[in-house]
Design a protein around this ligand. Structure first.
Ligand code: AMP
Length: 121
């Protein structure tokens, strides 16, 4: 799938659509999900144009890959849900059709602030 520059997260990255920002650095932007599924529901997205995790793994630079993984940890610490600062959380990436991905820009969901429950329905 080619990257769609008009997807909602691309617009957020360009500042055309507002978000409730949690954290930003050279590699990632993190903001609260507009439709939270748990007490804490954050999103972490890479700044580069990657459709999904497979596309990212195949095309992103080592720096971008490290930046995204480190970014998840930084956000978890900021939200006090990391192993260091809280009681843990779930990081989840939906990938393409069977994964149930709706927004075609790679994103990790971070769920926390309470027990998350069953891994899949
Ligand atoms: P997915 O199904 O994994 O693609 O998840 C997409 C997520 O993006 C959903 O949880 C939506 O609630 C969330 N979402 C869609 N639009 C926005 C937005 N403008 N700001 C924040 N989160 C959004």
């Amino acid at each position: 799938m080619t990257y769609d520059d008009n997807n909602i997260f691309a617009k957020i990255l360009r500042g055309e659509v507002p978000c409730k920002k949690i954290y930003e650095d050279d590699y990632v932007l993190s903001f609260y999900d507009i439709n939270p599924q748990k007490k804490i529901h954050a999103l972490v997205i890479p700044k580069g144009k990657y459709v999904d995790l497979d596309n990212f793994s195949e095309n992103a630079s080592s720096e971008e890959i490290v930046g995204l993984i480190k970014g998840i940890n930084t956000v978890a610490k900021k939200l006090n849900i990391s192993v260091d600062t809280g009681k843990g959380y779930r990081a989840l990436a939906n990938i393409s059709e069977h994964g149930g991905q709706e927004v075609p820009h790679l994103h990790f969901h971070l769920f926390g602030g309470e027990r998350i429950g069953k891994m899949v329905e």
